[in-house]
Design a protein around this ligand. Structure first.
Ligand code: NI
Length: 158
């Protein structure tokens, strides 16, 4: 397990499209473990592989208060959305900032789990927001391009 360096806005890699994962390998498994460690250590609710500099379609998400609802999504594809929510959004790659973004209030995503078996996840509210935000990363998109109004400074605790 290891904490990896998080790439920040301005780094060109964050604008690139990530590639599908074809098979589970020890290297991919280690990447996933490191992404999980990096997300929790950084206090984020989600992290995409590209944010640690690896162009693979993998995201990890945990929106729970206690950090005990971990989702690992490989090759995720959003297949259904509905409703709308508008709220503050941030990103570990855009430290110290947040901005108001409108997202679907419900999202259903299909993906492969860590055994490369098909799986699906439905989320509302924060989880739906995180699913959409993280999947955008895999297509080289950052939330800052969706912000209504200005990015604002947020207080960071460390
Ligand atoms: Ni992000």
């Amino acid at each position: 397990m290891a904490i990896r360096e998080i790439r920040e806005i301005g780094d060109e890699i964050l604008t690139k499209r990530s590639k599908e994962v074809k098979e589970m390998t020890p290297r991919v498994q280690t990447l996933i473990e490191d992404m999980i460690d990096t997300m929790y250590k950084s206090g984020g609710v989600g992290l995409a592989a590209v944010q640690v500099g690896v162009l693979k379609r993998i995201v990890v998400i945990d929106c729970s208060e206690d950090g005990d609802e971990l989702h690992v999504l490989i090759n995720p594809k959003i297949v259904e959305t509905s409703g709308e929510q508008t709220g503050q959004e941030g990103c570990l790659s855009v430290p110290g900032k947040s901005g108001e973004v409108t997202r679907p209030n419900y999202a259903k995503v299909v993906f492969l789990d860590e055994n490369m078996q098909p799986a699906e996840l439905e989320g509302t509210e924060l989880l739906a927001r995180a699913i959409c935000h993280e999947c955008d990363h895999l297509d080289g998109k950052l939330y800052v391009d969706l912000v209504e109004g200005d990015l604002v400074d947020v207080n960071t605790e460390n």
